[in-house]
Ligand binder design. Structure first.
Ligand SMILES: C[S@@+](CC[C@H](N)C(=O)[O-])C[C@H]1O[C@@H](n2cnc3c(N)ncnc32)[C@H](O)[C@@H]1O
Length: 272
């Protein structure tokens, strides 16, 4: 099978599961051949090497496995991160949390933060790169997530700025910090997710409890106990009201809810 035929075959295979089957077929072929897209157009008649391996890649994608797990990479903010099954694929809306947090770091001259649930390292790594004097303590309950975060942290040479701890929330974290940042699991346990998410992404990164906001509320309580100045969290589009009501029982200085590009409620910043 030559390159032109392989793209046609793969895009037909992917037609039912991808919004842009030709585009993904081309990208996956580039991944298989380790080449740039332009190579495909200038070598349409060239035979595809190891075609069976390419067919396996297409079969995985046809089975709804996320593109990012197949190519072991995700584009996030201004970097590419290594990802594989066992860690959540960072989502574009989390870039907004980084912008919110960055404003506070600049305005309040924050030098120490803690991230709960680092996952692949997306938030901590982008913040550490933006603020070279920032020190970050990052936790996760998932060993696989921490291994992947470590790999990404080392890749970007940030070992001196980001310390990893395998723990629940901030248990065993003794040092002080000015701010907590978290994109915790916040989906209700019975929420029906698409196959590409539920069959492949880690459950502990998705589900926040029976209602969904349980962990968010625990993190709010913890931030109060830890006497931090700020807490910044991502949340679900339908969680502004319950979080707002919860905060009425807690003495906070102020809370700002922010929306995503679709104008959906997406997170909050609490000043204690
Ligand atoms: C939604 S993912 C976010 C990952 C990453 N921060 C991002 O934005 O892409 C939530 C992360 O929190 C971790 N997590 C879940 N419960 C936790 C807990 N009780 N303590 C620490 N981490 C937890 C999960 O393992 C997962 O890596």
């Amino acid at each position: 099978m030559n390159i032109k035929e392989a793209i046609l075959w793969a895009s037909n295979e992917l037609a039912l599961i991808c919004e842009r089957p030709v585009f993904e077929a081309q990208l996956l072929l580039c991944h298989h051949l380790n080449c740039q897209k332009v190579f495909l157009f200038s070598n349409e008649e060239t035979d595809v090497k190891n075609i069976e391996t390419f067919k396996d890649i297409i079969a995985r994608r046809k089975n709804s496995e996320p593109y990012e797990y197949i190519v072991n990479s995700v584009s996030f903010y201004d970097i590419d991160l290594f990802v594989e099954q066992g860690v959540l694929i960072p989502r574009p809306e989390t870039e907004l949390l980084i912008d919110e947090v960055s404003r506070i770091i600049e305005q309040e001259k924050i030098t120490t933060i803690a991230e709960i649930g680092i996952g692949s390292g997306a938030i901590s790594i982008v913040l550490a790169r933006k603020f070279p004097n920032l020190k970050i303590i990052s936790t996760d309950i998932s060993k696989s997530a921490l291994e992947i975060a470590k790999k990404n942290i080392e890749h970007f040479g940030l070992k001196d700025q980001i310390k990893l701890i395998h723990t629940n929330l901030l248990d065993d974290v003794e040092v002080d910090f000015d701010m907590i940042v978290s994109n915790p699991p916040y989906i209700a346990d019975d929420f029906i997710l698409d196959k590409n998410v539920i069959d492949f992404e880690p459950k502990e990164a998705l589900f926040g409890g029976v209602v969904g906001d349980e962990l968010l509320k625990e993190i709010i309580d913890l931030a109060k106990i830890k006497k931090v100045k700020f807490l910044a969290c991502e949340m679900g589009y339908d969680q502004k009201y319950p979080i707002g009501e919860y905060l009425k029982q807690i003495n906070v200085n102020s809370v700002k809810f922010y929306t995503d590009l679709a104008r959906l409620d997406r997170g909050f910043i609490i000043k204690f």
